[in-house]
Design a protein. Structure first.
Length: 754
């Protein structure tokens, strides 16, 4: 293979040819990495195969080829080719996301594993007499030798030195006499290994669970099932039994995708209880080296189940038997940067190519998956009842319009009024009764910080981020204004920046404020707050949830983080402080997301024998997202929501690609977006593409982020292939000028249009 074709992780829709020097031909094969010169730097690329030389072209040489075996096998290469094609991304960019960062970094291409030195007894000394003679003049050596014996014949060198205080010369002496050898050993760094193991579940499957499992056992390779199970219906048990068959009986491998490991430690614990060391947990807190260790263990077949967030869909497993996508409706399965893939769709494509079955699980399936199940593209499996005879909680609506105080409070009523703005009297009473009964409560407020914005009482001006068209959120500890889009922070102003007015008001509740109000009202209650600000540490989520699990928390207050997967039988009350957060966002999925969040958080209540109750505070009780969450009626919600997406059509009634044009100059950005739309219109006139239309341009709902102005246009089409063709042509051929920082990105099947 003297000339090869290489994919580089660059925003260019082409591959590059390089010459392989004599000495490297042995380690250059399809799917292996090569270090190549590109312009005046080095890049790491993936070998795609042999290239045909073009006469007169001078090719540059490959600099290094670090792999003894390809890092991308042929099925993974075709999966990445599909991603590149469907999501309109260069192949090199798609390939990069299939590999752990340790293999794509610009530094040393071969990661060094963490090793430690271990001392092992080489020569056994049977008799005491023997020892007396050998160690006659070295008591220290004898002590160390006998300690090693007690430790089972081996110990880490740093433990001997640091903890047991043996000087290195003592060990050297033993080594010199051939009694002990010191060797390097690879250390496994999976932090989940140190987590306490729980016992495996002993539940027997219910009839509905057994039915689902029987249907899955009959499934053909590549089959996709949508497991629609209400909250608490035991979807995890179905996953566990499916994997028991696939991994333990058939000796194949499996992938379990969860929205975020940190938020679902209970689910992960249940898998570990059954499959133990066969699992590699791909946690977001892993270092690059740890991630690489896990990747190697999966590739070598030492681990046969990968559990992780969206990128675990690329786990290098062979003989894949099943892929589970838990909470398939979660938007975290969509990657925000190129390649903007959706892990659920990638899972389906991979499973079809490799002969695995796919289970998409959710209590509130995405409208896309639901429609596919209705059309017969996916098989629908239902778990319509809670496991163990538990009932869904009763949901009450607290209409905040009615609860609002009618007169201005007097001074001594001020504190009461502030509390009542957050926690209505019915919710307060419900909390009080849980505290009295030593039961636990969960409170959802999907807005972190102290107040959502600061507004001038005189002119109405709102403090806005200088980089983004977003109001700054007031944080109290530490006191500052923070932009939740770009992390810009500034000190709190004492006077209005526009009119100099002195009455600056905090508007909109945040979790910090509610935490303070609760602590003042219920001084003896143990309150935990869980949001982005309290969970920056690697294990912070798990620590908070573990405390709830052992009953050390009375009230868990948090953002949407607390809505997922938690299963605490002593939680008998869920309160939603403001159901309307996000309901009116200018996004076609706003209602769907609101319904999912309310249903999911309501599902945390009443999972044990004591039952449960949910109180939803809202100013929009008749909105279908709220109404259907109250009655636990997914089907009614879907019916209304699908109808509302018919005119104008939005997914799943049509496919879309969101094209965002951005730049630092407002006019140039708007002009480029306008030109792009005209360009697409001309393209569609010259090359008819049935069903494809272009909408826009318009400023994005969030007009400016990180000093960049943003405009967008939408490509819509009911035929995926035609839509993909137009999208690709636009991205590859529409010229974006190299000025004003102008950029164009395309997001196919976007989860949001903000
Ligand atoms: Zn003002
Ligand atoms: Zn900002």
């Amino acid at each position: 293979m003297p000339l090869i074709d290489v994919a580089l992780p660059l925003p260019l829709f082409r591959t590059f040819s390089y010459r392989v020097p004599e000495g490297l031909t042995g380690s250059v094969t399809e799917g292996s990495r090569v270090v190549v010169p590109f312009r005046n730097r080095k890049e790491i690329g993936i070998v795609l195969g042999a290239a045909a030389p073009i006469g007169g072209v001078k090719y540059r040489d490959v600099i290094a080829a670090p792999d003894d075996a390809p890092v991308i096998d042929p099925p993974m290469l075709s999966l990445c080719r599909w991603i590149a094609e469907y999501y309109v991304t260069p192949l090199g960019v798609a390939l990069r996301c299939a590999l752990p960062a340790a293999l794509t970094g610009a530094g040393s291409p071969v990661p060094s594993q963490r090793t430690r030195r271990v001392a092992t007894i080489e020569l056994e000394l049977p008799s005491l007499l023997h020892r007396d003679r050998i160690f006659a003049r070295s008591k220290q050596q004898r002590a160390l030798y006998e300690l090693l014996e007690q430790l089972g014949g081996r110990a880490a060198v740093d433990v001997l030195a640091d903890q047991l205080k043996f000087s290195p010369s003592v060990l050297k002496g033993l080594v010199a006499r051939g009694l002990v050898v010191v060797s390097e050993e690879v250390v496994s760094r999976d932090p989940f290994l140190t987590r306490e193991r729980r016992a495996a579940d002993s539940h027997r499957p219910s009839d509905a669970q057994r039915n689902a499992l029987e249907r899955l056992a009959l499934a053909q390779p590549g089959h996709v099932a949508l497991l629609h199970g209400i909250t608490g219906s035991g979807k995890t048990l179905v996953y566990l039994e499916l994997l028991r068959r696939v991994v333990l009986e058939e000796k194949r491998s499996a992938i379990v995708l969860v929205p975020e490991i940190a938020l679902t430690p209970q689910t992960v614990d249940r898998f570990r209880a059954v499959f133990g060391d066969a699992i590699a947990v791909l946690h977001s807190g892993l270092s690059d080296g740890e991630r690489y260790d896990a990747w190697l263990a999966l590739r070598r077949g030492e681990k046969r189940i990968a559990v992780g967030a969206r990128s675990a869909v690329f786990a290098p497993l062979r003989d894949l038997g099943a892929i589970v996508v838990d909470e398939e409706h979660e938007s975290s399965y969509k990657q925000g940067d190129a390649p903007r893939y959706h892990a659920r769709e990638v899972a389906i494509v991979r499973a079809r190519a490799e002969g695995a079955v796919v289970v998409l699980g959710s209590a509130t399936p995405s409208l896309e998956s639901w429609t596919n199940a209705q059309s017969g593209k996916y098989e629908l499996l239902s778990l319509p009842e809670r496991a163990g005879g538990a009932q869904l909680p009763i949901v009450h609506v607290v209409d905040l319009r009615a609860e609002r105080p009618t007169r201005k409070p007097s001074d001594h009523e001020e504190a009461d009024a502030a509390f009542a703005m957050a926690i209505s009297p019915p919710l307060e009473a419900a909390l009080r009764s849980r505290l009295a009964k030593r039961e636990q409560s969960i409170l959802l407020l999907n807005r972190r910080g102290y107040a959502s914005f600061i507004q001038c009482g005189a002119c109405g001006d709102v403090a806005v981020c200088p980089n983004c068209s977003i109001s700054l959120t007031y944080h109290r500890t530490p006191e500052r204004l923070v932009c939740h889009y770009c992390q810009h922070t500034e000190a709190l102003h004492r006077t209005c920046q526009r009119c100099g007015g002195q009455r600056l008001r905090q508007r909109g509740l945040g979790t910090q404020q509610v935490e303070r109000l609760l602590a003042e009202r219920f001084p003896s209650a143990r309150i935990a707050r869980m949001d982005v600000d309290t969970t920056s540490g690697k294990w912070a989520h798990t620590e908070i949830l573990d405390r709830v699990g052992i009953g050390a928390v009375d009230i868990l207050l948090g953002t949407q983080m607390i809505a997922k997967g938690l299963d605490f039988p002593n939680v008998t009350l869920v309160g939603v402080i403001d159901a309307d957060v996000g309901i009116n966002l200018p996004d076609f999925r706003a209602s769907e997301r609101c319904f999912q969040l309310l249903s999911q958080v309501a599902g945390r209540a009443g999972r044990g024998p004591k039952g449960g109750e949910v109180l939803i505070q809202t100013r929009a009780p008749s909105h279908h997202a709220v109404r259907c969450a109250v009655t636990h009626d997914y089907h009614a919600f879907v019916k209304e929501e699908l109808a509302s997406r018919r005119t104008p059509p939005y997914p799943p009634n049509v496919r879309i690609a969101n094209v965002v044009v951005s730049g630092i100059n407002e006019d140039a950005t708007a002009r480029l977006a306008t030109r792009a739309v005209a360009w697409v219109h001309r393209l569609l006139a010259q090359h008819p593409s049935p069903g494809v239309t272009v909408i826009g341009p318009a400023p994005c709902p969030v007009e400016r982020v990180q000093q960049r102005w943003r405009w967008h246009l939408l490509l819509k089409g009911d035929r995926p292939h035609e839509l993909g063709r137009v999208a690709r042509y636009l991205v590859e051929h529409f010229e974006v000028p190299h000025q004003h920082g102008l950029r164009m990105t395309l997001d196919r099947d976007p989860v949001a249009l903000l």
